[in-house]
Design a protein around this ligand. Structure first.
Ligand code: UDP
Length: 242
């Protein structure tokens, strides 16, 4: 089967990871999964949240924020600041990004500092959370490298890289890295987050008005695993040129 954009079922969209997009951030990239484009920036603050001091928690912290820029969608999406309340979907996504990144950062080694990660969607076409995680992994590594370069840390506090991809069932077929057209018709929608050691960080999967069986789950996970291995190669190329 050929997909509406000419891809085969297990093929990623065109992936690009462009570092240095936001020069004031210690680490940043513009990540593209096809027409989904996200700016991921990591900034270091030389302090930790108050709750950590109060609870005598040692080491550092990492926190992530996610938002879709108003012009990232075909009809303008109002900013949370104008709506006066946060958007539930965005809150869920930023927690996922934070968990995924904390799984690969050694917070003890980071020391008493906070890594702020901002993922802002420039263009949304499905898979904004998976592109955010994949790009942010590169952004935090760049930010952490700057700490080593500045002599503030002797070792990189990054244990692993992490990448994520969506996979779903559309028209009975398992498809990798769904774009919006595919996503809106998907019978099953799943987001898979894995490290470069091949371990899972998180799997979010749900049947949308349908169910899925063990065999389909296995096929989806296998497709996601192959996709993530490819995404890790793109991260590696982006980081090895610097
Ligand atoms: N989307 C949108 N406006 C919204 C939320 C979603 O246009 O307020 C579109 C957008 O293209 C997004 C897609 O729907 O990428 C799928 O959204 P989902 O919540 O599944 O998250 P994502 O796949 O982006 O991680």
């Amino acid at each position: 089967m050929t997909r509406h954009d000419g891809r085969s079922p297990g093929e990623l969209r065109k992936i690009e990871i462009q570092p240095g997009i936001a020069p004031h951030a210690q680490g940043s990239v513009l990540v593209s999964f096809g027409n989904t484009r996200v700016i991921c920036a990591a900034m270091i603050e030389e302090s930790v949240p108050r709750w950590m001091k109060e609870q005598n928690v040692t080491g550092g912290w990492l926190t992530a924020e996610y938002s879709m820029l108003p012009y990232s969608t075909t009809s303008r999406k109002p900013r949370d600041s104008s709506r006066g309340r946060p958007d539930g979907r965005g809150t869920e996504i930023q927690r996922l990004i934070g968990r995924s990144l904390r799984a690969v950062v050694d917070l003890e080694k980071l020391g008493s500092r906070t890594l702020w990660v901002d993922c802002d969607v420039l263009q949304a076409d499905g898979g904004t959370r998976t592109a955010s995680i994949t790009g942010a992994s590169v952004a935090i590594e760049l930010a952490c490298r700057s700490l080593v370069t500045a002599g503030k840390l002797s070792v990189l506090p990054v244990k692993n890289r992490v990448a994520a991809v969506s996979v779903g069932i559309v028209g009975g077929e398992v498809l990798l890295d769904l774009d919006y057209i595919e996503d809106k018709d998907a019978e099953v929608d799943m987001n898979v987050v894995m490290t470069d050691k091949g371990d899972f960080v998180e799997i979010q999967g749900s049947g949308e008005e349908t169910v899925f069986n063990q065999g389909q789950l296995d096929t989806m996970l296998a497709a996601a695993k192959t996709g993530i291995a490819n995404l890790l190669n793109f991260q590696n190329s982006a980081l090895s040129t610097l």
